[in-house]
Write a protein of this length. Sequence first.
Length: 60
Amino acid sequence: MKIDGMNKSDWLMLVLIVAVMALTDFSNLQTIDYVLIVSVIAWVIMLGIRLYVVNVRNKR
């Protein structure tokens, strides 16, 4: 399946994010864990915006 705007590095980031989040102890979060979670949320939002622009806005 090919999604316009998705690079190999995006797929790699998604796999690594899932792996790291699966190993995170959410009952005992430290500052670095909060930084990681905020960074992941920001990256996913920016990825969503980029995919929207490439797939929806540029197709008009």
